[in-house]
Design a protein around this ligand. Structure first.
Ligand code: NAD
Length: 491
């Protein structure tokens, strides 16, 4: 099986590293490819950053209206190839085909939004800020920008950054997750068809060594990272110590609060989708489900029934609603966390461990699981599980629920289900999370808005997507000008 190539300076190039890791279909265990991993990948990074740095000298001078033309073309190519890319996502990442197509739709929307850069990048001008003096601000690109991506959205997450970065006049190096590198290989086959100068967009594979190469290279000016909190902290501290602008999105433990006045059917459907969609491997997956005043237990019952009936299997097959988790290690980790929850005193209402799917017996499947009664001062109630596990928690008031949420270390998302405007207003005002959903289960900001994690879910100032992306990928320059009247020629 061929080893995956890098895409550097407009050409597919073999890695300098001979060591490889297998890219594995998590449902079938079929080896789909071999990705270079090891010390030699830092040489690949060096070549990619050098190419991007050289390309920047000209690309920054291309008018912004011309810089977005390849993005219009890319949007069309992504639309035309959406199903094929989605199939690749399902095969290497495990999510269902419908989820993969939804992911690509979000990627395309970011390309569309970045096409608005000629308007978004405009800045401020104040005539006569002092007598006869004008002042204005312009936004200029930074140089070489890099993205380090996680495994769980191989098709979407690079697009939170790439289209904005290049539309703003930067050049780009992408390092996809070594677990799911094939999706971006497909996307870069499309990028190769664009009318983009060599070196503007580059792809390098690898793991820690290529990340360190990007963090250490003097020509890398900005780093966009998405992944676990542990690595986000590492990337943020090392990158900023090396003088780079860094935005680092980390892990999550997302609470959803259901009040007694919520619509039972709607809440049940949306909340179970949020917990079990993408097998719980979304950074916006609901994890702690807090019911308030569910005295008769009807909400608990409805959630249980919806979880139990969810169909788990290979994501390319019809009727499958949930795929496997990414690796066998990940499956063991999630199963161990469920056991730890039991040891802490929780009851396993629904146990999806050791799931066997007919025809896919070797797959990393865990069926929907529900834990009830986790102690609120325990470890598991605050641990990111990143698997199809719902923790049911009962509290008495919306105020108690807000206190519980705010005591958590993560701040990626918090959602409320209610028909009360006053409760919704209190919740959105007081909760310390960056993305809030009201009667929404996955409060993923659309491309025009920043993906606004807080606390241990985000390190940095400016987030991905929308206007934040334009600000992140540009530096401001302020000009103060005096043109004395006496210098005017008498025409
Ligand atoms: P991860 O942190 O293991 O890997 C992310 C990237 O970091 C990969 O490209 C990987 O190669 C690299 N990496 C891994 N170990 C490294 C090391 N020691 N040094 C340097 N680089 C290293 O994350 P993952 O498992 O791929 O993704 C899942 C995590 O990402 C979850 O915690 C999830 O919540 C989080 N996530 C967050 C968001 C968000 O927007 N906040 C979005 C998606 C995923």
């Amino acid at each position: 099986m061929d080893v995956l190539n890098n895409y550097i300076n407009g050409r597919w190039t073999a890695s300098k590293e001979s060591n490889t890791a297998d890219v594995i279909n998590p449902a079938t265990q079929q080896v789909l490819g071999k990705v270079p991993i090891g010390k030699g990948t830092s040489t690949d990074v060096e070549k990619a950053v050098r190419a991007a740095s050289k390309a920047f000298l000209d690309w920054r001078n291309v008018p912004v209206g011309k810089r977005i033309q390849p993005l219009f073309h890319l949007k069309q190519l992504l639309e035309d190839n959406k199903d094929e890319i989605a199939r690749t996502i399902t095969n290497e990442c495990g999510k269902t085909f419908a989820e993969s197509k939804g992911e690509m739709q979000r990627a395309i929307e970011n390309v569309e939004t970045a096409c608005g850069t000629p308007t978004l990048i405009q800045s401020e001008f104040l005539e006569d800020i002092a007598s006869g003096i004008d002042e204005f601000m312009i936004r200029q690109p930074l140089g070489v920008c890099a993205c380090i991506a996680p495994f769980n959205f191989p098709g979407m997450i690079p697009f939170w950054f790439l289209p904005y970065a290049i539309a703003c006049g930067n050049t780009f190096v992408l390092k996809p997750s070594e677990k799911v590198p094939l999706t971006m290989m497909k996307v870069f086959e499309l990028i190769d068809q664009l009318d983009l100068p060599d070196g503007v967009v580059n792809l390098v594979h690898g793991g820690k060594e290529s990340v360190d190469g990007l963090l250490e290279h003097p020509e890398t000016k900005a780093i966009s990272f998405v992944g676990s909190t542990k690595i986000a902290k590492y990337v943020y501290s090392k990158g900023s110590a090396n003088g780079k602008r860094v935005q680092a999105q980390g892990g999550a433990k997302n609470p959803v609060v259901i009040l007694p006045d919520a619509d039972l059917d709607m809440s049940t459907r949306i909340v179970t989708d949020s917990v079990y969609g993408c097998a719980g491997q979304r950074c916006l997956a609901a994890s702690n489900i807090v019911t308030v005043g569910d005295d008769g237990g009807s909400m608990k019952e409805a959630l249980y029934e919806a979880a139990k009936s969810r169909n788990t299997g290979y994501g390319l097959e019809d009727g499958v609603e949930m795929g496997p988790v990414i690796t066998s290690e990940s499956r063991s980790r999630v199963e161990q966390l469920i056991a730890r929850g039991q040891q802490e005193g929780a009851k396993v209402l629904l146990d999806g461990r050791k799931a066997k799917i007919e025809g896919y017996e070797e797959g990393n499947f865990i069926k929907p699981t529900i834990l009830e009664g986790l102690p609120l001062d325990g470890e598991i109630v605050r641990t990111e599980i990143f698997g199809p596990v719902m923790s049911l928690i009962e509290l008495k008031t919306v105020g108690e629920a807000i206190d519980f949420i705010n005591a958590g270390s993560y701040g990626n998302m918090a959602c409320l289900f209610t028909s009360s405007g006053a409760s919704a207003r209190k919740f959105r005002k007081e909760v310390t999370a960056g993305n809030i959903g009201i009667n929404i289960g996955v409060a993923a900001p659309m491309a025009q808005f920043p993906f606004s994690g807080w606390k241990e879910s985000f390190f940095g100032d400016l987030h991905g997507q929308g206007r934040h992306a334009i600000e992140f990928f540009t530096q401001t320059k302020v000009v103060v000008e005096r043109w004395p009247k006496e210098w005017s020629r008498k025409f």
